[in-house]
Write a protein that binds this ligand. Structure first.
Ligand SMILES: [Zn+2]
Length: 275
C-alpha cells in the first residue's frame, strides 16, 4: 500500500511536470503482469470486446477483458481460441474483478483441433470442466500441464477419445474424488474380475449386489486402463481400437463423478455423443 502511494505521488508529479495522460499514469501505478496461459473460454462483451477466462501458470484462473478483440482487424489474431497456449500480458485493477488484457502471443497453436467440429467438441469439454473445477486465482501446475497435454494429444492424434478419457480420469484424481477401484463402496466386497457399477448420484463404485437401478458398469478392462493412466503419460500410451470401449467406460464414469462433485450437468457432454 505504501509502495502504491509513493508511486501515485510520483505519477501525479509526472503528470504535472511532463503532461503524461491519465492512461500513462495508470500504467505507472499498476505494472503489467506476464504469464504463460491457456485460454479457457471467451464471451462477446459489448460490440467490440471479449471477456476472456484463462488459466495462467503463475496466476491461476483469471477473467479479463480483451478490448477490441471482436473487431475484424484486432491485435489478438488467433490467440484467444479455446485452449490456445499463449503468453499473456495484463493489468490488474485494484477495484475491479476483471483484469485488462494488453497483449497475447501464441506459443503453441492447436489449429486443427480448434477448427474441426468433432475435435473442437472434445476441446470444449476440457474447457468447460477446467472452468468449473478450477478456483479463481489459485495456481494449479498439475491442471495446467494436464490441459496442455490433452490439447496437444487431441491435435497430434486427430482424435479426442483417449485424451478426453485421460483428462477426465486425471481431473477426478487431482480433485481427490476418485473412489476405490478394487472393492465395493457399500459392502467392501472385492470386485476381482467382475464389473463395478456407478452413477452420477454417488461418488463410489458398487458391486453387483449393491448396485442401484440405472447404474452403469465399469468393467475390469476399464479399471485396468485407469491403472495405466495412473502410471503412464498420455503421449506414451499407444491407442488401439480394442481400447475404445474401455476408454469410453472410464470417460463416462469420470464425467459422472465430475458432475456429482460439481452438482450440475456438463453442457458440452451431450455434444460428445454426436461428435
Ligand atoms: Zn457391495
Amino acid at each position: 500500500m505504501v509502495f502504491t502511494l509513493v508511486l501515485r505521488v510520483r505519477a501525479i508529479r509526472t503528470v504535472r511536470c511532463c503532461a503524461f495522460d491519465a492512461a500513462s499514469a495508470r500504467r505507472l501505478l499498476m505494472p503489467a503482469r506476464e504469464t504463460e496461459a491457456i485460454i479457457l473460454k471467451t464471451f462477446p462483451l459489448g460490440e467490440a470486446d471479449r471477456l476472456v477466462s484463462f488459466l495462467g501458470r503463475s496466476s491461476g484462473r483469471v477473467r479479463g477483458v480483451a478490448s477490441g478483440a471482436r473487431r475484424l482487424k484486432n491485435r489478438y489474431g488467433s490467440t484467444l481460441e479455446v485452449l490456445s497456449h499463449v503468453q499473456l500480458w495484463y493489468v490488474e485493477k485494484e477495484t475491479r474483478e476483471l483484469v485488462r488484457i494488453q497483449q497475447a502471443e501464441l506459443l503453441e497453436s492447436f489449429h486443427k483441433a480448434q477448427s474441426n467440429y468433432g475435435l473442437s467438441t472434445g476441446m470444449a469439454v476440457v474447457s468447460e470442466i477446467s472452468e468449473l473445477v478450477l478456483p479463481e486465482h489459485e495456481v494449479s501446475e498439475p491442471m495446467f500441464r494436464l490441459i496442455l497435454l490433452t490439447a496437444r494429444e487431441i491435435e497430434r492424434t486427430g482424435d479426442w477419445a483417449l485424451p478426453l478419457s485421460y483428462f477426465a480420469f486425471w481431473t477426478v484424481r487431482l480433485g481427490g474424488w476418485l473412489p476405490r477401484f478394487d472393492r465395493c463402496a457399500s459392502c467392501d466386497t472385492p470386485f476381482g474380475s467382475k464389473p463395478a457399477f456407478y452413477d452420477a448420484h454417488q461418488p463410489g463404485l458398487f458391486c453387483e449386489k449393491c448396485r442401484r437401478p440405472g447404474m452403469k458398469p465399469l468393467h475390469v478392462e476399464a479399471r485396468t486402463l485407469a491403472e495405466r493412466f495412473t502410471g503412464e503419460r498420455l503421449d506414451r500410451i499407444e491407442f488401439s481400437a480394442a481400447m475404445q470401449p474401455s476408454a469410453k467406460e472410464l470417460r463416462e464414469a469420470s464425467l459422472a463423478w465430475i458432475e456429482h462433485h460439481l452438482e450440475r450437468r456438463l453442457a458440452t457432454r451431450e455434444l460428445l455423443e454426436n461428435a
